[in-house]
Design a protein around this ligand. Structure first.
Ligand code: SF4
Length: 281
């Protein structure tokens, strides 16, 4: 099918966001091995992500999918995903699935495609646990299905994590231009928590010079817990070249006073990452 152009949700920037090109691509396997400790399988209903976070580590997916366009400007919708998922799930008796590791399963296209919602419906009747990580309050739409994830002993089988690197909607508007602002993520977290879903916050990545002081991290952790998060984890910025240069150019444009701290952290990245990792929010 020819690629289709679609308007991207305005996300946190509030202004018109660039259009995203949609492709439909065949899908052979829905679940793949997940290298993240504690998680067995990854489920990524889409390739690409219109949230377009400047620090995104998943942009390496371009290499494997033949995309030459910029990360954040394309989304591939996987056709045949549900059939593949059904086939794979029938062979599994246990395990934890992560949605999603290299895309955001509740990015704007999900509002019309409903692929992630269909996956939830299928997984809800499986024996598998589900771990969701998202930047979108669209996941709240699926509360009815999330509430159905219980094991034989009525114990919940799903957790929903929200990735929130900063509480500043203003900063998120230029760092994550296609994603809903942090204030909406926190409101969604609260609504899910109040509905009995286990939630947590992933401060990822911790951004030096912007939101990495212990006061910043503590304030975010306090707010997350006040909204019902059972857990708060931090993941320091990984200064791989593409992400480093993109974030640095945005800091130069929007927050030049933060440049010295950013560059200082980048110059001793390993030690800085260790310092931040040891922080217990
Ligand atoms: S939401 Fe996640 S996958 Fe999407 S652009 Fe941001 S960091 Fe990348």
């Amino acid at each position: 099918m020819d690629p289709a152009r679609t308007d991207r949700e305005t996300g946190s920037s509030g202004g018109p966001a660039p259009a995203v090109t949609l492709h439909r691509v065949p899908c052979r396997d829905a679940l793949s091995k997940c290298g993240i400790p504690g998680l067995d399988l990854g489920l990524n209903p889409y390739v690409g992500c219109a949230h377009d976070c400047a620090y995104c580590y998943a942009s390496f997916m371009k290499r494997f999918t033949g995309h030459e366009d910029s990360w954040g400007t394309f989304v591939d919708v996987k056709e045949g995903l549900l059939e593949a998922l059904g086939r794979q799930v029938r062979r599994l008796r246990a395990g934890t699935v992560m949605m999603s590791s290299v895309t955001d399963a509740w990015q704007p296209v999900e509002a019309t495609e409903g692929l992630s919602r269909a996956c939830l419906r299928l997984l809800a009747s499986s024996p598998l646990n589900l771990s969701i990580l998202t930047k979108s309050d669209l996941v709240l739409r699926d509360l009815d299905l999330l509430s159905a994830f219980h094991d034989l002993f009525a114990q919940p089988r799903v957790t929903v994590g929200f990735s929130i690197p900063t509480m500043s909607d203003e900063m998120a508007a230029w760092l994550e231009p296609g994603a809903p602002p942090p204030s909406r993520r926190l409101a969604a977290l609260q609504a899910l928590s109040e509905a009995g879903i286990r939630t947590w916050v992933f401060v990822a990545p911790v951004l030096p010079g912007l939101a990495d002081s212990s006061a910043d991290l503590k304030a975010l952790a306090v707010e997350a817990r006040r909204r019902g998060a059972a857990e708060v984890k931090v993941d320091p910025m990984n200064f791989y070249p593409a992400a480093r240069h993109r974030v640095e150019s945005l800091i130069a444009l929007h927050r030049p006073s933060a440049l010295p701290a950013w560059r200082e952290a980048a110059s001793r990245a390993v030690a800085w990452r260790q310092d931040v990792s040891s922080f217990e929010p």
